[in-house]
Design a protein around this ligand. Sequence first.
Ligand SMILES: Cc1cc2nc3c(=O)[nH]c(=O)nc-3n(C[C@H](O)[C@H](O)[C@H](O)COP(=O)(O)OP(=O)(O)OC[C@H]3O[C@@H](n4cnc5c(N)ncnc54)[C@H](O)[C@@H]3O)c2cc1C
Length: 269
Amino acid sequence: MLEVRDARRREVWQPGDAWLGGGTYLFSEPQPHIRRLVDLSRTGWEPLQVTPEGDLEIAATCTIAQLSRFPRPAHWTAAPLFEQCCRAFLASWKIWNMATVGGNLCNGLPAGPMISLTAALDGVCLLRSQTGALRRLPVADFVVGAGVKALEPGDLLRSITLPARALVSRTAFRQASLYGLGRSGALVIGTLDPVDGTLTITVTASTVRPIRLHFPVPPNAEAVREAVEYGIEPHEYYDDIHGLPAWRRHMTFRFAEEVRRELFEEAGR
Ligand SMILES: Cc1cc2nc3c(=O)[nH]c(=O)nc-3n(C[C@H](O)[C@H](O)[C@H](O)COP(=O)(O)OP(=O)(O)OC[C@H]3O[C@@H](n4cnc5c(N)ncnc54)[C@H](O)[C@@H]3O)c2cc1C
């Protein structure tokens, strides 16, 4: 029999304990290794806050619906990316309203659209261990493989911070699924730094972990092709029912070039 405990009651972490976010993954398949769920839903954490420095702090418990509804200031040129990533979910009503940003990151699926969003916008995770120690880790280093995260037993993802500078970057988004409303098979985001104009291409869904390719000078098509070729190892393309590695690789090359063209050539740079 599964027990559910309130996360506000600080109890000793035991083998078989798991944090409960929205439960959309945890309740979707049998979890024979779990004995107790520690429910985060009553923590009362503010879902979204803009800090005095202009960073956006997203609580782990923020739902996809709350993120989608959040009024984004007009000067956030990266604003469209929020909705594009929310919509990249294979989202039923239940997923939209219950799934949390933190649960999406901690699931660590290649097709995790909140991983795509926060990795592309230089997101940093705030993690709390059972001793109370806090540490920060870039999202791109937090997800290290398909379903593999930099989490020790009992570690809690508290929030993800998106820096002000990333929120005013120009972005380009491409996503493909094998079938309409299907889980993402490839999701590529380009971001143009507002200060130094450098391009970063973030590859998710087609790869087992987020892969970020940085271009200190504006690249041509060949430079982007080479970066994808040498920046992503063949074994890093994901293989599951939502897409063969060869197709994911093909879409990654294509989207990376489309993103480059949108941000440079079509913008008249
Ligand atoms: C029909 C359907 C479609 C789906 N489509 C997608 C999809 O397209 N892409 C995708 O990525 N996923 C998908 N999922 C899986 C899942 O719904 C999402 O990953 C969702 O974002 C998980 O969030 P949650 O809050 O419900 O997490 P939960 O189910 O509550 O938890 C997920 C995992 O994260 C851990 N966890 C949760 N919060 C924290 C925290 N703050 N700190 C530490 N650990 C934590 C839990 O212990 C658990 O291991 C789908 C699921 C279903 C049923």
